[in-house]
Structures are given as structure tokens and as C-alpha cells.
Design a protein around this ligand. Structure first.
Ligand SMILES: Nc1ncnc2c1ncn2[C@@H]1O[C@H](COP(=O)(O)OP(=O)(O)O)[C@@H](O)[C@H]1O
Ligand SMILES: [Mg+2]
Length: 599
């Protein structure tokens, strides 16, 4: 007699296994049930949880409901009304399609479904205990559907143990409902925890209205709006601010589906990286729409991951959308002063003005000041590289807000304060500029700009220098030799843990190349393993900018100050240094006049 060792699993067990993927905690149950309600065309969805949803969780909707026969099918595995054939998978327009959620949830809880099809006279109630149907009966019920999930994981103690405290689970549900409420603004949401109403958002006419219902006024966010290559991006993202963009949730929807996607996260980060180097997790609420056949949503059971047909394109459109949005950060409250307007360059691609160079200052007046500012050394070479076309220049426009650095129009330097800050004036006020961070920002922008087109200029050393490093530094530097070459370094292994340097970047002072190389090695070590060439170059640009910039306590000549002010004015995003520190503090004419009681 043939003995079989393989057995087909009973459906309840198969469902529990599927539940392992779809149902992790109360919030994931709520997500599936809300998505079903949205797919059913609900206009109002009520969610109630008790004890963080662990004891009880109810989702009610006023959607189309189900007939008795459909309700019975709904709790069977792979039963769905949303797709019928394989080709439907290519362009899914509903949130659900796998037909897994209800049977999975029902297999790990005490589950009750009550539903009434729109137009039917009565409804159906189905009770399931740990995957086994115990009751199916006709009941009176409002149109729509109500799903009750009690004692989640009561039959899987191992899973139940992994649930967090009630407050933590309820916070997760709350975050999730917030996010879904943003995604479906036409739908009204109410979330209750016991007797308390946690979220109440009536149906809204627009995303903006829904956003306001949830978050109120948010001057720290800017609007994103871009359309390109068949992709639409809209939403709100953290504005640049003196202290850096606000951190917060990163809500991303693709075709109305809440997703976590690395391409998108990376594109957002890259968009911000134009303005600030500091690793941050800015708050974003972004909605991407693209033709459904250009995104595959059938990637993961929780449907939180997607695959784009043109990943690079999505990345680029999103990155630019973020950059554009940040560039117009303070737009609504900007005033362009008449004086400033007359100085605004007429074309964005305006060539650099005469940059400061060691030879251009008047030695008679300035003494040896410039030699004490090694960071500026070699900047004369800037003239040799007319920069590529520059992006929008928010710097031309002055923010009406106080002490915010959306500077900068042409300014006249008055002098230095403690050899660390430049004091400058224009018709609109007085500015105090941190000379180090300002110069750091300028150099960083220049590096970034030039690196996109070519390698940086280098200076050959008459006699190569041998540098003893630690084993770690040695290894890191050789590993990134290619990037170092792009910056103008020429170095090779000199045995042991030494390197031999034959050339250094033109902008670097020779005497500091050792210090800079060590700093580069240590900063590169801090990068995540597997960082791409772009990230590596960016990190190096930041490190080099920091080390090549004038320092605090460096006396500056008037020419140098003017050079910094002029360059700063040309630098997009000049209000924040690469490390996210503010560059400019501004006292506006209004403030000054107010303080002297002239208005
Ligand atoms: N709230 C609801 N209102 C109306 N129909 C529903 C609701 N929830 C589920 N259904 C029906 O039950 C089916 C199975 O649901 P589910 O297991 O979540 O799978 P999927 O959403 O992937 O189709 C759905 O296709 C839908 O027809
Ligand atoms: Mg579903």
C-alpha cells in the first residue's frame, strides 16, 4: 500500500498561515477592513477599538454591502469580487484583490460579519470562531457592513505575546487611521477607543480640507505639486527651516494605496539633500498617481510594497517635485523689495561675479588677512569653471518672516563681529551671517555643481607627501580612491598603512590636506555600507566644504566678506548650511523701525 507523507492542510490552518503575513497586530486588521470598506464605496467608516484593539475591534461602513451568498464566500480563502482573471492583475484599481484578508482575520479571532446589500430588505450575520463558521443567519441590519474582531490571536498565544501594551497598539491604529483618512478624503472617518473619540474627520471636499481637519494650520509644510511623464505628485512636505525640516511621519500613497517604497524614500531624501546634508526624516504626505499598468501592486501580501515599471522615472519626477516645492518654501509670504528687484540677475544662468582671490585684495589695506583664511585659498580657480545653469534662486527673495534666512539680496558688508560673524546691510534690514557656515554652503554647492560635469581641479605637489594613517583610514581611502580622484586627489598605496599623495584639490590648502584626508576617511566610514557613488561624493563634498571654508575667528578683508555675500546670494538654499545649521540671522526694517517707534 502506498503511504503518503504529504497532506493537504485543512483550510483553517492554511488561513492561519496566511494570517501570519497579513495580520500582525490590530492596526493591520484595521487596515484591511478599512480598505474593504473603501473598495465597497463607503462614505463613512467608523472604527472602534477596546484595549488597543486586542480585546475588540469593530469597523463599520455604509458601503454597498453583501448578499448572503457573497458574505458566505467572502470568508473563504481566495474569494474576491475584485478580480476575475489573470489579466486583471496587470491593472488593479481596487485596494484589495487577494481575497485573503477576511478568512485570515477570521482564523485568528472571534469574528462576526454583519452585512446588508444595498436595496435588500434584510441582512446576514456570520459568526466564525477560529476559522470555523458557527452561525449564518438572517438579521436586521443597516445597509453596509460591520466587521467585529474580538480577542485577536486568542488561539495563537505565541502571536498574542508579541502584541504591545494597549496604548502602543492604540497609537498604531490611530496613526494608521490618520494616514488612511489622508488617503481617502471623500470618506468620513471616526475612530473611537472605548468612549473616547480619537479621530473625527467628516467627508471632505479636497485633500487640503482633510489635511486641515487632521493637522490644522501647518506653516512648517510646503505644498508639492508636479506633473511630468504621466506621473502626478501632490501633497505636503516639511519646509526648510533654520533648524532643519520638521521630522515626522512619511505618508506615501501610490494610486491611492498606502505604500512603503525604497525608491520613493530615496527620491525624497535626494530632494532634500539639495538643501541640507543632515540625515533627517522629514515629514511628508505625498500622493503619486500614475497609470495602473505602470505599477505592479502584487508584490507582497500586505500590499504595502509596489514595483514601478519605470523606477528611474518615478524617482526623478518625485525628486524634482520635492526640490521645486522646497525652492518656493516661503512663497506665499514673500515680498520682493524694489531695491532688490533692481539687482536680481535677469537670467538664472548668470555667470559668477569676479570671485575673491588671494591676489585680488589690496595688500596695503588688508595686511596679511587673506593668508590667515586658508579656506579661501585657491578659490581664484572658481573663475575657471563657469558653473552650469543654476536652479531657481529663492535667495533673491526675502522672507517677510523675522530672522528667517530666506535671504539674500545684494548686501554691503559693514564688518565682522568677533571675527566670526559678518554684519551686513541692505535697504531691507540688517543681516548677521555666520562666515563659516556661509562659506561651507557656498563651497558645497560649488563642489556639487561641478562634480556633476567633471572632476575638480587639482594641484600637483612638487614633492609627493607620504602620509601615515591608521589601518582603518588607509583601507577606507584606498577603497574610495575613485571618488578622491574626482575631487582632485592623486594618491596611492605606499605599503603598510601609508599613502603617497601626488596631488590635492585646487581649493585645499596644502598644509591641511592631511587633516582633510583623515576627516574624509572618518566621514566615509560613517556612511551606510553599500552607499552609492553619489552618496559618497556628497559626503566628501560636505567634508571638504567644511574643512576648506573660512573658520570662526578668522579675520576677513572687506573683499572676502563681499565675495561671501555675493556668492551666498547666488547659492540656492543658502539659508541653511550643509549640516543644517542656519546661515543668516536677519533683523528686518520693520522690526528695527518698530523698536524705535517709527511706525
Ligand atoms: N466592507 C465590505 N463591504 C462590501 N464587501 C466586502 C466588504 N469586505 C469584504 N467584502 C467582500 O469580500 C471579499 C473578500 O474580502 P477580502 O478577504 O478582504 O479580499 P479582497 O479585498 O482582497 O477581495 C471582497 O472581494 C468583497 O467582495
Ligand atoms: Mg480586502
Amino acid at each position: 500500500m502506498a503511504v503518503t507523507r504529504i497532506q493537504r492542510l485543512p483550510p483553517a490552518l492554511a488561513n492561519q498561515i496566511a494570517a501570519g503575513e497579513v495580520v500582525e497586530r490590530p492596526a493591520s486588521v484595521v487596515k484591511e477592513l478599512i480598505e474593504n470598506a473603501v473598495d465597497a464605496g463607503a462614505q463613512r467608516i467608523g472604527i472602534t477599538i477596546e484595549f488597543g484593539g486586542k480585546k475588540l475591534l469593530v469597523v463599520e461602513d455604509d458601503g454597498e454591502g453583501m448578499s448572503r451568498a457573497d458574505a458566505e464566500l467572502a470568508i473563504e480563502r481566495h474569494a474576491t469580487s475584485k478580480i476575475r482573471q489573470a489579466t486583471d492583475l496587470a491593472a488593479i484599481r481596487t485596494l484589495g484583490f487577494r481575497g485573503e484578508a477576511l478568512p485570515s482575520i477570521a482564523s485568528v479571532s472571534r469574528f462576526k460579519l454583519r452585512t446588508r446589500l444595498r436595496g435588500d430588505l434584510s441582512g446576514t450575520e456570520i459568526v466564525v470562531e477560529a476559522g470555523a463558521v458557527t452561525t449564518v443567519r438572517e438579521v436586521g441590519a443597516p445597509e453596509g457592513t460591520r466587521v467585529e474582531v474580538a480577542e485577536l490571536f486568542y488561539n495563537l498565544p505565541a502571536r498574542r505575546k508579541f502584541l504591545k501594551a494597549d496604548t502602543a497598539e492604540s497609537a498604531q491604529v490611530s496613526r494608521l487611521v490618520t494616514q488612511l483618512a489622508l488617503g481617502y478624503h471623500e470618506v468620513g472617518f471616526v475612530l473611537r477607543s472605548g468612549e473616547r473619540v480619537l479621530i473625527e474627520a467628516p467627508p471632505a471636499g479636497s485633500l487640503e480640507e482633510r489635511f486641515y481637519q487632521i493637522y490644522g494650520d501647518r506653516p512648517d509644510l510646503v505644498v508639492v505639486q508636479k506633473q511630468a511623464a504621466g506621473i502626478t505628485v501632490r501633497g505636503f512636505v516639511a519646509a526648510l527651516a533654520e533648524t532643519g525640516p520638521v521630522r515626522g511621519p512619511q505618508h506615501v500613497f501610490v494610486n491611492g494605496r498606502m505604500v512603503r517604497d525604497r525608491t520613493i524614500t530615496h527620491a525624497i531624501q535626494q530632494g532634500y539633500s539639495v538643501a541640507t546634508i543632515k540625515e533627517r526624516s522629514p515629514e511628508v504626505h505625498l500622493f503619486l498617481d500614475l497609470p495602473p499598468d505602470r505599477v505592479d501592486v502584487n508584490v507582497h501580501p500586505t500590499k504595502a510594497e509596489v514595483r514601478f515599471l519605470d523606477q528611474g522615472l518615478v524617482h526623478e519626477v518625485l525628486r524634482r517635485a520635492v526640490i521645486d516645492a522646497l525652492g518656493t518654501t516661503a512663497a506665499p509670504e514673500l515680498v520682493l523689495s524694489p531695491l532688490a528687484a533692481s539687482f536680481v540677475p535677469s537670467t538664472p544662468g548668470l555667470p559668477l561675479g569676479v570671485p575673491w582671490s588671494p591676489g585680488s585684495s589690496d595688500p596695503g589695506k588688508t595686511g596679511n588677512d587673506e593668508t590667515r583664511s586658508p579656506g579661501l585659498h585657491g578659490d581664484a580657480s572658481a573663475a575657471a569653471w563657469p558653473p552650469a545653469a543654476r536652479g531657481p534662486q529663492p535667495a533673491e527673495i526675502v522672507s517677510g518672516r523675522e530672522s528667517v534666512g530666506a535671504l539674500i539680496r545684494p548686501m554691503v558688508p559693514l564688518g565682522q563681529f568677533r571675527n566670526t560673524f559678518i554684519l551686513a546691510v541692505d535697504d531691507e534690514g540688517i543681516a548677521i551671517i555666520d562666515q563659516h557656515v556661509a562659506h561651507e554652503r557656498i563651497l558645497f554647492e560649488q563642489f556639487s555643481e561641478r562634480l556633476t560635469t567633471r572632476t575638480l581641479e587639482s594641484q600637483r605637489l612638487l614633492t609627493p607627501v607620504v602620509l601615515e594613517l591608521t589601518a582603518g583610514e588607509h583601507q577606507t581611502l584606498l577603497q574610495h580612491r575613485e571618488a578622491l580622484v574626482q575631487f582632485g586627489f592623486d594618491l596611492e598605496d605606499f605599503g603598510g598603512s601609508a599613502v603617497r599623495i601626488a596631488a590635492v584639490p585646487g581649493v585645499l590648502d596644502l598644509s591641511r590636506s592631511e587633516e582633510v584626508l583623515r576627516a574624509v576617511a572618518s566621514d566615509l566610514d560613517g556612511l551606510t555600507p553599500g552607499a552609492g557613488m553619489n552618496e559618497i561624493l556628497r559626503q566628501m563634498a560636505a567634508t571638504m566644504a567644511c574643512h576648506a571654508a573660512v573658520k570662526a575667528n578668522d579675520p576677513l578683508t572687506r573683499e572676502k566678506m563681499q565675495y561671501l555675500l555675493d556668492e551666498l546670494r547666488r547659492t540656492a538654499h543658502s539659508s541653511v548650511c550643509p549640516h543644517g545649521r542656519p546661515v543668516v540671522l536677519r533683523l528686518t526694517r520693520r522690526e528695527i523701525e518698530k523698536n524705535f517707534e517709527r511706525i
